[in-house]
Design a protein around this ligand. Structure first.
Ligand code: SAH
Length: 247
């Protein structure tokens, strides 16, 4: 098979082949073992979650810019955080920092229900459109400040935070179910951080440090300054929408 560039990303074969290679080289080879996580990484078309001009780089071993100073996480990081979450079909999961919606889609492949919060309105819209177009009926995306969690649907069996904070936000710990796990990068913005897992045991938390990492910062407050967590329209399966991919 040719490795010709496919700037438009229209060739399904090429995208699928690149995705298979991504999963083998970046995910399996680096030690991700959970078969459901591997299947989810094989299933989600990452090239549909990056800006048009970066479609050709969608399966590379790196984060990519998605506009607004934000990034779609590196594939390995998405897989590792998902594995650390230990979610399955019975799980209700919260994602803080939906960004492109890619991690949301990966979670929707595995978990029963996914609730995602994002503070940049344009990213919320785009993530909703992508998830709807791909038919994910079990994922909802809200505009808001995810440091407060999404209390309406709590408690969560898993909470995944895709942005770095100096410490675990207390509302997120409070919204964990018994045995639930919070996966979050802890540390200063744009410096080395530590991917950390909290697991609820009654009123205590077991804390485990997983890996050095680097994420964009978790910012307080929502971009428009208005709390709009109620604006959580269901992702509408089959809706085509007329928005373009990318920024
Ligand atoms: N999982 C995403 C990662 C996006 S980067 C992906 O793979 O595409 C992190 C995201 O967190 C950014 O989109 C940023 O806007 C968002 N973010 C930062 N602070 C936030 C907050 N307090 N509440 C909700 N989203 C936040």
């Amino acid at each position: 098979m040719s490795d010709a560039p496919d700037p438009a990303g229209n060739s399904q074969d090429t995208a699928a082949a690149r995705r298979t290679r991504m999963v083998e080289d970046q995910i399996v080879r680096r030690g991700i073992r959970d078969p459901d996580v591997i299947a989810a990484m094989r299933a989600v078309p990452r090239h549909l979650f990056v800006p048009d001009e970066l479609v050709g780089a969608a399966y590379e071993d790196s984060p990519l810019p998605i506009g607004f100073g934000q990034t779609i996480s590196q594939p390995y990081m998405v897989a590792l955080m998902t594995e650390l979450l230990e979610a399955d079909v019975r799980s209700r999961v919260l994602e803080v920092g939906a960004g492109s919606g890619y991690q949301t889609a990966v979670l929707a492949e595995l978990a029963g229900e996914v609730y995602a919060v994002e503070r940049i309105p344009a990213l919320v819209e785009q993530a909703r459109e992508r998830l709807a177009r791909l038919g994910y009926r079990n994922a909802r995306v809200a505009l808001g400040d995810g440091t407060h969690g999404w209390p309406e649907h709590a408690p969560y069996d898993g909470i995944l935070v895709a942005a770095a904070a100096p410490e675990a936000p207390p509302p997120l710990l409070a919204q964990l179910a018994e045995g639930g796990r919070l996966v979050i990068p802890l540390g200063d913005a744009h410096r080395d951080q530590m991917l950390t897992v909290y697991e609820r045991r009654g009123t205590e938390f077991r804390v485990e440090r997983a890996l050095r990492c680097r994420f964009v910062p978790l910012l307080e407050g929502d971009v428009e300054g208005d709390e709009t967590l109620g604006d959580d329209a269901d992702v509408n399966p089959g809706a085509e929408g007329d928005a373009t991919e990318g920024d």
